[in-house]
Design a protein around this ligand. Structure first.
Ligand code: FAD
Ligand code: NAG
Ligand code: NAG
Ligand code: NAG
Ligand code: NAG
Ligand code: NAG
Ligand code: NAG
Length: 523
């Protein structure tokens, strides 16, 4: 039952995948520079090697290719292929999503495709708050133009009708005010955010950014799993990354190296699970842990790699509807003044859970931050396998308080006048909440309810955090020519949903790196 509900929540949150798994016209994705790694040479050299063609990786590589040669290595396939079974339940090795279960016992998902999370996610797009940008010590103007660059290419205004509109008005009745209309900004109140789905329901993803890459300067290999970053250790000289080893789907190993230039770099953009995992597999991480797994040599003892893992806990309620609901991805969000965010989506007759009415809405709350933190460790030395990860959901009481306020807000939305036509009159909010418990029991204590129903909304981050593993320029402490640029560097999840800021960071850092290169003397 638990897993069943999880699958249902997944389906609703990323509902449109069911219709638009293969969502591109024939012209899209015909990149001349994108190839299967089986055709890659056994050796090649580049100015930049980007590991992971995901959310930040695609934005970064596109930007770098304007002024330097770039190799992108992505373990997954092409999002432009006609892979019909893109449902997150699909566990075949070439599917776009790799499931994992954290040591907290919560089922989760991890992208494995060019475009990364933006190919399999709910598409909801919203920026980080100004305080977040200030804390990260990013330059506001450059952040603004990087967000705009992404938004012009990938982001759309959603249509808010029927169910979504009733839910939005319900949020306002529940005092999540003011109403801020359609905006990407992170501000208290209720708003309509952006979406990666265009008006025709077609998904756009980070892979589409490659359209703007310089085709003469970029090479993208798919089905290319990086096994190791290579380092040079000459005497007492500082450790330096100089290349990578990757494997194609026939099991053949290839080597790529940095061309001779002090500005050239290996950049890790393998996501919050992939980046700390690959650093460890390359010998950079907590020494005792690496030795216990036989990683040899340990090139640098880096105790904070894999630390600070966080995932925003979520609880949600499914609300059977007497009226038909339109199939819509998340479009509105309520930002309470108390660190709880409330999101909603609806699902029509596709629900396969017999105990739940086929026509249903879903309202979830999630916790800002969170304060509770966990860790990531290797399970083995196979880069295809998931590392083990524990998020320690609700270890800190502060997170629980935010959850309770979120649930109280959901209850008010369900009980609101505006929402009443989308629920059966005989179903109370508390009864609906109890349906999410297994076994189904009466709900008397919302704090306990948060603990009992904790799930993920896939915003996990950390593992290579700024100030711990990388400096404020995203350079790995103690190692030359190596940066990490993706969600693993975050101290907390930005805004209500991270993808906007992960995409932005790829663009923003790409621009910075190019400027540094040019001021150093071009080439
Ligand atoms: C189901 C789901 C729904 C979500 N919904 C939303 C939403 O609605 N709105 C929102 O803002 N956010 C959402 N998110 C979160 C958001 O998509 C992610 O936070 C973001 O995409 C992470 O970006 P990243 O660049 O850090 O990692 P990814 O995008 O995951 O990129 C990492 C890439 O590296 C590749 N890789 C990893 N290891 C290796 C290796 N060894 N060799 C080669 N390649 C490798 C992976 O295959 C992947 O493509 C959702 C996430 C999921 C999973
Ligand atoms: C990647 O490998 C899969 C098989 O695992 C294959 O179906 C797919 O076509 C490959 N992708 C590309 C771009 O060649
Ligand atoms: C990078 O190249 C683009 C054109 O490809 C050019 O417009 C831009 O000025 C270059 N950037 C720098 C910093 O030189
Ligand atoms: C994709 O696959 C489905 C199912 O096999 C098929 O009906 C559809 O025509 C294919 N679409 C394209 C563009 O090839
Ligand atoms: C929201 O309101 C809280 C409490 O009044 C305040 O501390 C916070 O800065 C506000 N946040 C935003 C994003 O406006
Ligand atoms: C509520 O009403 C609906 C439709 O009239 C019915 O199917 C359902 O069983 C009722 N639920 C409860 C809890 O009485
Ligand atoms: C509610 O549950 C929490 C967590 O188990 C517990 O600490 C608290 O005492 C409970 N409150 C009441 C009123 O029972």
């Amino acid at each position: 039952m638990g897993l069943h509900i999880f699958r249902l929540l997944c389906k609703i949150l990323v509902a449109t995948i069911l219709f638009h798994g293969s969502c591109y016209s024939d012209k899209d994705g015909q990149y001349t520079f994108m190839k299967d790694a089986i055709v890659a040479p056994t050796y090649a050299s580049f100015d930049y090697i980007v590991i992971g063609g995901g959310t930040s990786g695609c934005a970064l590589a596109t930007t770098l290719s304007q002024n330097a040669s770039v190799l992108v290595l992505e373990r997954g396939g092409s999002p432009y292929d006609n892979l019909t079974a893109t449902d997150l339940g699909n566990v075949i090795p070439s599917s776009w999503s790799q499931p994992f279960t954290s040591k907290d016992g919560v089922d989760n998902q991890r992208a494995r495709v060019l475009g990364g999370g933006t190919v399999i996610n709910g598409g909801f797009y919203t920026r980080a708050g100004d305080d977040y940008v200030a804390e990260a010590k990013w330059e506001m103007e450059d952040v603004e133009s990087a967000y705009e660059w992404i938004e012009k290419k990938l982001v759309f205004k959603p249509q808010v009708k029927g169910w979504q509109s009733a839910y939005l008005k319900g949020l306002l009745e529940a005092d999540v005010t003011p109403y801020n209309g359609f905006t990407y900004e992170h501000i208290n109140g209720t708003k309509i955010g952006g979406t990666l789905f265009d008006i025709g329901g077609h998904r756009h993803s980070a892979a589409d950014l490659l359209k703007y890459a310089n085709p003469d300067k970029i090479v993208v290999y798919l089905n290319a799993t990086v096994h190791k970053i290579l380092f040079t250790t000459k005497g007492d000289q500082k450790l330096k990354a100089h290349g990578v080893i990757y494997k194609d789907r026939d099991g053949v190993f290839h080597k790529a190296e940095l061309a001779e230039n002090v500005m050239n770099e290996v950049i890790l953009s393998a996501g919050a699970l992939g980046s700390p995992q690959l650093l460890m597999l390359s010998g950079v991480g907590p020494r005792a842990h690496l030795e216990a797994h036989g990683v040899n040599p340990v090139v640098r003892d880096h105790p904070m790699v894999g630390k600070g893992m966080g995932d925003n806990p979520m609880s949600g309620v499914v609300i059977p509807s007497p009226l038909p609901v339109e199939m819509v991805p998340p479009a509105n969000v309520g930002i309470t003044k108390f660190g709880s965010f409330v999101e909603g989506a609806a699902l029509d007759s596709l629900s396969q859970t017999p105990s739940i009415k086929s026509n249903s809405g879903l309202i979830v709350e999630k916790v800002d931050g969170p304060v509770s933190r966990g860790y990531l460790e290797l399970q083995n030395t196979n880069p295809d396998d998931n590392p083990s990860v524990k998020f320690n959901y609700y270890q800190e009481h502060e997170d629980l308080e935010k959850c309770v306020i979120g649930l109280e807000t959901i209850i008010k939305v369900i009980d609101s006048k505006a929402f009443s036509k989308y629920k059966y009159p005989n179903a109370t909010a508390i009864e609906l909440l109890s349906l999410m418990l297994s076994p189904q029991t009466a709900v008397s204590n919302l704090t306990q309810y948060c603990i009992d129903t904790v799930r993920t909304i896939f915003h996990y981050h950390g593992g290579c955090q700024v100030g711990r593993v990388v400096d404020k320029n995203y350079k790995v402490f103690g190692i030359d020519s190596l940066r990490v640029i993706d969600g693993s560097t975050f101290l907390k999840s930005p805004g209500t949903n991270p993808q906007a800021t992960v995409l932005m960071l790829g663009r923003y850092m790409g621009q910075k790196i190019i400027q540094d290169r040019v001021s150093f003397g071009g080439k």
